[in-house]
Design a protein around this ligand. Structure first.
Ligand code: FAD
Length: 382
């Protein structure tokens, strides 16, 4: 398989990378330290058309390929994984449910502002009592005249509470089907809706520039035209968006690992001990060689999953494999990179510490790695 970028993909990568070097690199460490989502940078990406990457031009996007998206995400993550995480969540799970399952009216009203960079999208699935076990969510939508009334709580929702956030596309239980199993619907809830509120920004080990919050729904009325697709099809829609999200987390992982490798290599070439550069020690060389090899393996799995999506082929198994492998590589490589920095890498002010802290969540978000094992095993026929 040939993953050589096409001319438009190359132009996209150059455009995004130049912006990231100019606008993200200088502010990334400070935004991370201040635990602030720098929406001025996200607006800048929007001005370049990069908040509508996977959205067709008809709805305000630039209709890039998945391979093009993956290559740009990798480049952004190598510069700053935390800001890249906000961008990728918007681009995939924040926008795709509206694109893939929304009506034309909904796309015009809610997707277009997201794609044109005027708003940030969010995806509300996880709850305090329901993470991996999605079907146990308790947020409930009850039929009311002309719409639905939502009650419940969501946890860990990214991009819902910034000064650019439009609200959230949220999954809620609606009733039980004839087989007794719960049925779910997707609902668009706008900020400012009565009864809808957000908790404070959550504080994590890493991804400090990503805005993640709890959301509360207290008798929130949602009109019928804010139901995405068929009521009852919500779970399938969210799983569909998550498949792309897994390719995205894989690319974020590859970029995070690549950024850490670059920093470690640069440090090893200038740090001296025992009268020699530490990069001249075979123990350090072998670490760097292993890191580079693992990154390349993860990159190939990631591009393969992306290329399958672009070719219209099934990619569920490949996306899960890419996410599983790449996130493990990111945690291992960032840890080895800190090791190469020695004590200097242990200090929070050190650039490598940021990559180390940002890596762990890659094994948790958008389906933990244990869940990726389950997906792969099922696809194998277990
Ligand atoms: C920074 C961040 C951002 C996030 N953003 C969003 C967002 O925008 N929208 C959203 O909806 N969610 C979001 N999430 C939530 C994320 O998707 C969940 O945290 C994740 O799916 C895991 O759910 P959980 O945390 O409830 O863990 P749990 O499901 O409680 O899992 C706990 C442990 O048990 C393991 N486990 C669970 N079930 C099984 C099983 N059947 N077999 C083997 N092991 C199992 C898990 O792998 C894990 O190790 C975010 C999370 C974080 C940390």
């Amino acid at each position: 398989m040939d993953f050589t970028l096409t001319e438009p993909e190359r132009e996209l990568l150059d455009l995004g990378r130049a912006f990231a070097e100019r606008e993200i690199a200088p502010i990334a460490a400070q935004a991370w330290r201040e635990e602030r989502c720098p929406t001025e940078v996200l607006r800048g990406l929007g001005d370049l058309g990069l908040l509508g990457l996977l959205v067709p031009e008809k709805w305000g996007g630039i209709d890039a390929s998945t391979v093009g998206f993956v290559s740009l995400l990798e480049a952004l993550a190598a510069i700053d994984p935390s800001i890249a995480s906000a961008w990728q969540a918007h681009t995939t799970i924040g926008s795709l449910p509206l694109l893939l399952f929304g009506s034309d009216e909904q796309r015009e009203r809610w997707l277009r502002p997201l794609a044109e960079g005027r708003a940030l999208g969010a995806f509300g699935l996880t709850e305090p009592g329901a993470g991996s076990d999605v079907q146990s969510i308790r947020t409930r939508a009850t039929r009311a005249a002309g719409g639905w009334v939502l009650n419940g709580q969501k946890a860990f929702i990214s991009n819902a509470g910034t000064d650019m956030s439009f609200g959230v596309t949220v999954l809620a239980r609606i009733d039980e089907g004839a087989d007794g199993k719960p049925r779910f619907g997707s609902f668009i809830v706008e900020r400012g809706a009565q009864g809808y509120s957000e908790g404070p920004k959550l504080r994590g080990i890493g991804w400090h520039s990503l805005d993640t919050r709890e959301l509360f729904f207290d008798d929130v009325w949602v009109p019928d035209d804010q139901v995405v697709g068929e009521p009852g099809a919500g779970l399938r829609q969210f799983f569909g968006a998550l498949e792309v999200g897994r390719i995205s987390i894989a690319a974020l992982s590859v970029g995070t690992a690549e950024g850490a490798l670059r920093l470690a290599l640069e440090y090893a070439k200038q740090r001296e001990q025992f009268g020699a550069k530490i990069s001249s020690f075979q123990a350090i060389q072998f670490k760097l060689a292993d890191m580079a090899t693992e990154i390349e393996a993860a990159r190939w799995l990631t591009y393969y999953a992306a290329a399958r999506r672009d070719a219209g082929q099934p990619f569920k198994k490949e996306a899960a494999m890419a996410k599983l492998k790449a996130s493990r590589v990111a945690t291992a490589v960032t840890s080895e990179a800190v090791q190469i920095f020695g004590g200097a890498g242990y200090l929070l002010e050190s650039p490598i510490a940021r990559f180390y802290c940002d890596a762990k969540v890659l094994e948790i978000g958008e389906g933990t790695n244990e869940i990726q094992h389950l997906v792969i095993a099922r696809e194998l026929g277990c």
